[in-house]
Unconditional design. Structure first.
Length: 249
């Protein structure tokens, strides 16, 4: 546990943690560099290392890095550019750019992680992507109301002009894939490419929920739904409320 919350990958979470690597890789024409935000149990990092020439990782908790180095898969961290730092500060202070950034921080129920789900963070991350770069964002759908999910899709889509939304139903997770340039592959082609990338050959249960045109329509028409921003961090409070009360309006 970190901060009283379980941080790990159970059987039902394997699909979404692998997809956090495979989906953005499959959505990019020819990626070489990959930044993972959040280490967890290292499943996403391991999946990225299978296919990426350059892999970096930023993790705020040094204890997580130490635990994985000691108890995780042998050699998982070898060859990885590891930074123990707040991901937002890391991107702010670094000039390094990546083909893919995949973000799976802890639950957005406190300021230290909720600020990785705001419009301002996405604007910063977009400046750290190479041309044609792809950003992938995990969302815990089980902690969100439908309005919260729409808010996050609208927030993400206000920065990335091309966004697809994918569901990993078994773990009740959502993954947003964003780019400032059109995707070269259709949803069906991306699914086929993910299948090729999946060396484990364990089934990956996932499906397209919203295509880029539908996301653009949501950004344009959902005027009553606010954006999640630094000065109005709705997600931080809504997710915490939903965890405690179980109410999802």
């Amino acid at each position: 546990q970190t901060g009283g919350k379980i941080e790990g990958t159970g059987e039902k979470d394997l699909a979404n943690t692998r997809l956090l690597a495979y989906l953005p890789i499959a959505s990019h024409r020819a990626p070489r560099s990959f930044l993972a935000i959040g280490l967890g149990t290292g499943v996403t990092l391991a999946s990225a290392k299978e296919h990426m020439a350059e892999v970096s990782m930023v993790e705020i908790n040094s204890g997580v890095v130490e635990a994985i180095d000691k108890f995780g898969p042998p050699g998982l961290l070898k060859g990885v550019d590891i930074t123990v730092q707040d991901a937002r500060n890391y991107l702010f202070l670094s000039e390094k750019r990546f083909d893919i950034i995949s973000s799976e921080p802890s639950y957005p129920t406190e300021a230290s992680t909720a600020n990785l789900f705001t419009r301002e963070f996405y604007e910063l991350a977009a400046t750290r992507l190479n041309e044609g770069g792809v950003f992938c964002q995990w969302l815990p759908y089980y902690a969100l109301s439908n309005r919260d999910a729409t808010m996050m899709l609208k927030t993400f889509g206000s920065v990335f002009s091309h966004v697809s939304l994918w569901k990993a139903p078994k773990g009740f997770d959502l993954l947003m894939i964003g780019s400032t340039e059109p995707f070269l592959f259709s949803a069906g082609e991306i699914q086929e490419r993910v299948s090729v990338l999946n060396r484990s050959k364990d089934p990956l249960d996932f499906m397209l929920s919203r295509e880029p045109g539908q996301v653009r329509e949501i950004v344009k028409t959902e005027e009553a739904v606010p954006l999640n921003t630094d000065d109005r961090p709705f997600l931080e409070f809504h997710a915490a409320r939903n965890f405690i009360t179980g109410v999802k309006d």
